[in-house]
Design a protein around this ligand. Structure first.
Ligand SMILES: [Zn+2]
Length: 552
């Protein structure tokens, strides 16, 4: 493969201690390599990056781009695609598609690539939907993809938690990950989705009981977080806690962090879990980011992504079906509930975040508070929980707000008066540096995911690079990279998206005990609509698989 030299740019590569220094980056065979010892050596192609900012490709730690909830949205929301503006026309080398809050598969890849993002995680795939999700991954070019596998309401898991059998539970986690071709373990409202599906009493506390399995959310979370740690998976358990979106939920969020008792965990979209007030009265809602961020700051076993809300139209989708029902009742809009047999479910509801709406304005402020109150940027990642808080295309808007206090103050001044005193955002003067932005958007998410070849540009790293033209308008700067290189291929060239190579699927090899597999498959044969022989996604169904070893 030809060599590529990115010459003379301002390299921002925090994982290698490079804050902002003029350095060359050399690429060969899809990897970053050390510069040749001969200073007069020439590359096959040189990109003149003088004056430009060079960063590793972006890494999205929490997004929704495949699987039943995403396809459910495509069916629920045809109106989003009737607008001529949401058509992505066909042109040479590219497929046609649609945009809206959930773009079609190919367009999802084009748009991530055009934004300078080269890796994306789908954070909620039930094992039974994994085959479909891998088919969609295959059709999502440019980005490397990973999936997190839903386990917090799986009947196999809940049974083993109830039997207090950590060995078998660990084997079940490995079997489910291996069967799905997954990368990590996702827990959504542990036990609460199962209870809601059965029509039981709402699970609202960590010591409530899941009636059908006689277990508590505490037992489920401890069991799964422990199994992930014992399997030494690269990414810790990825937790969507309980009471998502409900005023007063911050208490159960804090309790959830304590329930982990030092086990590693990544807290998803914490913005949606940080509300004071009373669940019966949305007008009582206020920000409780302060005590939650203090707890996270003092507990290095924890990391988080934010789930920032931005004003505008989008779609809410969650494996927490009860939340979908709650939102549909609240907004009066159409909605969709999908039940995934013995595994999980999901709810989908259109939502319009309005800056005149007190709750929405507070959600916007609470997200920003999280970014500004977490002291260690290595433990917080940029997300909008795409498309829940906003599309991933909004990331440049978030970056601009983090880098510019005046921009935050101007926006805040337009919001409902009663917000004052309910959020401490107006008192936070911190402004993100370029280095911190690079941590938030690539280096930290790569480290949180345990991806050693991502999020940095040292020798051996994947040659995923984004080159920006500095601009006082940060939103424009980060929305329109001048060059994007994916695995050594220039995909955005002088500001234009020129090619869309396939990305890899990153999965973990958790080490499955073949004797354990037959037991789990026997249960499947009795209870599932799918034959055990068809449950496991075959290797040839995974697009360009690349295994990341467990054990670090
Ligand atoms: Zn999510």
């Amino acid at each position: 493969m030809p060599t590529l030299r990115i010459a003379g740019g301002r390299l921002v590569d925090p994982a290698n201690g490079i804050k902002d220094e003029v350095r060359d980056v050399w690429i060969e065979d899809g990897k970053v390599v050390a510069p040749p010892p001969d200073p007069s050596a020439r590359a096959d192609r040189t990109i003149d990056a003088r004056g430009f900012v060079v960063m590793p490709g972006g890494v999205d730690v929490h997004s929704h781009i495949a699987g039943s909830k995403v396809n459910g949205t495509r069916m629920l929301r045809p109106e989003e695609r009737r607008d001529p503006e949401s058509v992505w026309p066909r042109r040479d080398g590219f497929r046609s598609g649609t945009i809206g809050s959930v773009p079609s598969t190919f367009v999802t890849g084009y748009m991530y690539g055009g934004l300078g993002y080269t890796t994306a995680v789908d954070a909620a795939i039930p094992p039974l939907s994994a085959r479909q999700a891998h088919a969609e991954f295959r059709d999502t070019p440019i980005v490397d993809k990973l999936m997190l596998v839903l386990m917090g309401n799986s009947h196999s898991v809940l049974d083993l938690v109830g039997q207090d059998d950590p060995d078998r539970l660990r084997q079940a986690v490995a079997w489910l990950l291996d069967s799905a071709g997954g990368y990590g373990v996702k827990v959504v409202n542990p036990g609460g989705v199962e209870q809601w599906k059965q029509g039981g009493k709402k699970i609202a506390r960590w010591d409530d009981r899941v009636e059908t399995f006689d277990v508590t959310p505490t037992q489920i979370l401890q069991g799964l977080a422990g199994a992930v740690d014992e399997l030494r998976l690269p990414h810790p358990v990825h937790l969507h806690g309980m009471n998502l979106g409900l005023p007063g939920n911050w208490g159960t969020t804090l309790e959830g962090m304590k329930v982990l008792e030092g086990r590693r965990a990544h807290l998803a979209h914490v913005q949606f879990h940080s509300y004071g007030g009373s669940a019966d009265d949305p007008s009582s809602m206020d920000s409780q980011v302060g005590p939650l961020a203090d707890y996270l700051n003092s507990h290095p076993n924890l990391s988080a992504d934010v789930g920032q809300v931005l004003f505008g139209e989008t779609t809410s989708m969650t494996a927490d079906g009860a939340v979908g029902q709650y939102l549909a009742n609240l907004t009066g809009r159409k909605w969709l509930s999908i039940d995934v047999e013995q595994e999980d479910g999901c709810g989908v509801v259109p939502i319009t975040y309005d800056d005149r709406n007190y709750v929405h304005a507070l959600q916007w402020a609470i997200g920003l508070e999280w970014f500004l109150r977490v002291e260690d940027p290595w433990r917080i990642a940029l997300s909008t929980d795409h498309p829940n808080g906003a599309s991933f295309l909004s990331y440049p808007r978030v970056i601009a707000l983090l880098m510019d206090r005046n921009l935050r103050d101007e926006t805040f001044a337009r919001l409902p008066e009663r917000l004052k005193g309910k959020t401490g955002l107006a008192d936070l003067s911190r402004e993100y540096t370029l280095e911190e932005v690079a941590i938030l958007t690539r280096a930290a998410p790569a480290r949180i995911l345990g991806l050693r070849t991502k999020g940095h540009l040292g020798p051996g790293a994947d040659a995923d690079v984004t080159i920006y033209a500095p601009d006082d308008d940060r939103r424009r700067m980060f929305a329109m990279p001048r060059y994007v290189i994916k695995a050594g291929v220039v995909v955005v060239d002088d500001g234009d998206l020129r090619s869309a190579p396939d990305g890899d699927t990153l999965l973990v090899d958790p080490g499955v005990d073949p004797r354990a597999r037959s037991g789990f498959e026997a249960r499947l044969a009795e209870e599932s609509s799918i034959h055990p022989a068809n449950f496991r996604v075959r290797a040839d169904e995974v697009a360009r698989p690349r295994a990341v070893p467990a054990g670090h």
